[in-house]
Design a protein around this ligand. Structure first.
Ligand code: ATP
Length: 215
C-alpha cells in the first residue's frame, strides 16, 4: 500500500490543492491520498479568519466526492490539542502494515517553514516527503536548506529527483502544474464581495455562500 498524506488548513480547499493531489497521486502511483484538515492549526493566528474545523472538513469531503483515490481524513479532528504533523505521521505509521510506504505531501512554501513544526527532524525519521513546487515560493536553494536545517547527510540523486539519507526517509521533489491560487486570496475576494468561481469547485462556492463563511 502506497499512502499519501496531504495536510493543510484547507481554509477553504481550492483547485490548487485538488490539482496538486491528482498530480502527486499519479506521479507516485499512490493507492490512496488522504487530505487531512488541521483541527487546531498551531501556526495560524486568530486574525486569519479560520473557519470551524468541521466546516473545513465538510468542504474537503465534498470537494473529493467522486474523485478516485482522493479522500478526506478526520484524524486531526478526532484528536484533542494542537494538530501536530508528527502525531499524524505516527498514527498512520502504527495503523498501516509493514509493507506500506507513507508519503507526506507538502508545498515548498510550507516546507520552508518546517523548522517551526513540532519535532521537525523526527518527521524525516518517520516518513518520506514529497515537496511540490509552488509559484511565489521564497525557498530558492532547497539543498542548502536541507543541509542547514535538517541533515548534512542528505544527498541529491538526480535520477529519482530526491534527497537520499543513509538512515532517514527520502525527500522527493515534484514539479506540479502551477495554479497560482491561495486560500488567503479566496478569503480576501469573499470579503470584498468578489467571485471565487473556478478557484474552488462549484459545490464549495455554494457551501461557503450558504454558511456565510469568510465575510
Ligand atoms: P493560506 O493562503 O491560508 O496560507 P493555502 O492556500 O496556502 O492557505 P494551506 O491549507 O495552508 O493552503 O496549504 C496546505 C498545503 O497545500 C501546503 O503544503 C501548501 O503548500 C499546499 N498548497 C497550497 N496552495 C497550493 C497550490 N495552489 N498549489 C499546490 N499546493 C498548494
Amino acid at each position: 500500500m502506497r499512502l499519501g498524506l496531504f495536510g493543510g488548513t484547507f481554509n477553504p480547499i481550492h483547485l490548487g490543492h485538488l490539482r496538486a493531489g491528482v498530480e502527486v497521486r499519479e506521479a507516485f502511483n499512490l493507492d490512496r491520498l488522504l487530505l487531512i484538515p488541521s483541527a487546531r492549526p498551531p501556526h495560524k493566528s486568530t486574525d486569519e479568519n479560520v473557519a470551524g474545523a468541521k466546516d473545513r472538513l465538510d468542504m474537503v469531503r465534498q470537494a473529493v466526492k467522486g474523485v478516485p483515490y482522493l479522500e478526506a481524513s478526520d484524524v486531526e479532528l478526532a484528536r484533542s490539542g494542537p494538530s501536530y504533523t508528527i502525531e499524524t505521521l505516527r498514527y498512520f505509521q502504527n495503523d498501516s502494515g509493514h509493507n506500506s510506504a507513507i508519503y507526506f505531501i507538502v508545498g515548498l512554501d510550507a516546507f520552508s517553514e518546517i523548522t517551526t513544526w513540532k519535532s521537525y527532524r523526527q518527521l524525516f525519521a518517520t516518513a518520506d516527503f514529497i515537496v511540490m513546487t509552488r509559484p511565489g515560493s521564497k525557498l530558492k536553494n532547497l539543498s542548502s536548506f536541507i543541509h542547514t536545517h535538517i541533515s548534512k547527510e542528505y544527498q541529491y540523486e538526480s535520477a529519482s529527483n530526491r534527497y537520499h539519507h543513509p538512515g532517514w526517509y527520502s525527500i522527493f521533489c515534484l514539479n506540479i502544474t502551477h495554479l497560482d491560487i491561495s486560500a488567503t486570496q479566496i478569503r480576501k475576494r469573499i470579503r470584498q464581495g468578489r467571485s471565487i468561481r473556478f478557484l474552488v469547485p462549484d459545490t464549495i462556492d455554494g457551501f461557503i455562500k450558504k454558511k456565510g463563511l469568510y465575510r
